[in-house]
Design a protein around this ligand. Structure first.
Ligand code: HPA
Ligand code: MG
Length: 200
């Protein structure tokens, strides 16, 4: 029933969230974010690479709602990438690469925009790190939250959809850099996992 790029037709188990439904949910999230934050300003912080489509569509929807109503939300944007590395000890840490000087976040309302929260470990570490720069507030919007027994219990402020404990791809979420060029959020199948087991 859905338009799937030919090169992925045999690699997917199911379409979990069609593109149109993603867009509709994002419009609603944009309204919720405006309701909670307007007329204060925010810094929207995109977590690359997986968050880029959600980030662009969320910013677009916020701007459309602002244009068509009397609410306003002055917004600055920035882009970061996270590197999780396992230390020599048992300590796992997260490192922020790219983006402007994080010290500029002092006194600002920060909205982190992420594609998926899995265990929640990375996000809780990122939030702690951002808070060391003394922002006024830190909120998180995640398009997806995975229902997994490995969860540390973290829940973001804004959630698009909850998804089952399966590997999902599409709408900028990847498997070894593949499937970012797929509009719907889908579950990858065994054939896809085998075919794209090595990084692009
Ligand atoms: N898909 C893509 N990236 C991810 C996932 C997933 O299911 N879980 C954590 N990162
Ligand atoms: Mg991510």
């Amino acid at each position: 029933m859905f338009c799937i790029p030919g090169h992925y037709e045999t690699d997917l188990e199911s379409v979990l969230i069609p593109y149109g439904l993603i867009q509709d949910r994002i419009e609603r999230l944009a309204r919720d974010i405006l309701r909670d934050n307007s007329p204060e300003s925010i810094v929207a912080l995109c977590v690359l690479k997986g968050g880029h489509k959600f980030f662009v569509d969320l910013c677009d929807h916020i701007q459309i709602v602002c244009r068509n109503s009397k609410v306003s939300l002055p917004m600055a944007i920035d882009f970061i990438r996270l590197k999780s590395y396992v230390g020599t000890e048992s300590s796992q840490d997260v490192q922020v690469i790219g983006g402007d000087n994080l010290a500029d976040l002092k006194g600002k309302n920060v909205l982190v925009v992420e594609d998926i929260i899995d265990t929640g470990r990375t996000m809780t570490k990122l939030i702690s790190l951002l808070k060391t720069y003394d922002p006024k507030s830190v909120q998180v919007a995640s398009l997806l939250v995975k229902r997994t027994p490995q969860s540390v219990g973290y829940k973001p402020d804004y959630i698009g959809f909850e998804v089952p404990d399966k590997f999902v791809v599409g709408y900028a979420l990847d498997y070894n850099e593949y499937f970012r060029d797929l509009g719907h959020i889908c579950v990858i199948n065994e054939n896809g996992k085998r075919k794209y087991a090595t990084k692009k």
